[in-house]
Write a protein that binds this ligand. Structure first.
Ligand SMILES: C[S@@+](CC[C@H](N)C(=O)[O-])C[C@H]1O[C@@H](n2cnc3c(N)ncnc32)[C@H](O)[C@@H]1O
Length: 183
């Protein structure tokens, strides 16, 4: 999709540096804006907020809402919902599962990339609420899931906000991708 405008976001500047390196390797750096922010806090009206911190250096500063602020977007009107697609692979492992993780994951991946909370699925409610505020009508949300996230997350994609909810299993038969259309 050469004409798509793409924003890649992460709360970790180190993760964004890796993403930028990957983009360069694939010759798509000029098509992606990299933005350091908490969930979708760095956006207003489908654009990086003037206060959003861009690791490209084109824009500066801090997320719109603090890390500890409720995960609600100030953007709710129909006209200001601007994205066609939001895709996320959030942290989704439960801290209670930490001892069961493979050592090469537990001891070498940054905690912020692994744990979604005590249970693991705590990120999804805020992310889904913010996505609802930012997706155009008929826009699509695609979420990667933890191995036990589906029962907690599926009910969050309910009417009248969401429709056409679909679950895709991974090769081990575990529900891994949840997608839904914004009404
Ligand atoms: C499972 S990793 C996915 C990394 C990469 N996006 C990918 O798909 O390969 C989860 C990522 O979420 C980021 N993250 C954790 N908390 C976040 C938050 N509150 N807002 C935005 N990103 C967050 C972590 O820094 C980490 O890079």
């Amino acid at each position: 999709m050469p004409h798509a405008t793409i924003y890649a976001t992460d709360i970790s500047s180190a993760a964004l540096v890796v993403a930028q390196r990957n983009a360069k390797r694939h010759s798509v750096s000029d098509r992606i804006h990299f933005l350091e922010c908490n969930l979708l806090d760095g956006f207003i009206d489908g654009r990086a907020a003037p206060a959003g911190r861009s690791v490209l250096g084109a824009q500066h500063a801090t997320p719109l809402l603090g890390k500890d602020a409720p995960h609600e977007s100030p953007v709710t009107s129909h006209q200001s919902r601007s994205f066609h697609l939001i895709a996320s692979n959030p942290p989704y492992i439960g801290r209670r599962e930490a001892t069961t993780l493979m050592r090469e994951v537990r001891d070498h991946e940054p905690e912020i990339a692994l744990y979604g909370g005590e249970e693991g699925y705590e990120f999804y409610a805020g992310l889904i609420a913010q996505s609802a505020a930012h997706l155009k009508p008929s826009g699509i949300l695609v979420l990667e899931l933890g191995h036990n996230s589906l029962p907690a997350v599926h009910p969050l994609l309910d009417a009248p906000t969401w429709t056409n909810v679909a679950v895709t299993n991974d090769l081990a038969g575990i529900p891994r991708v949840l997608a839904a259309e914004r009404l």
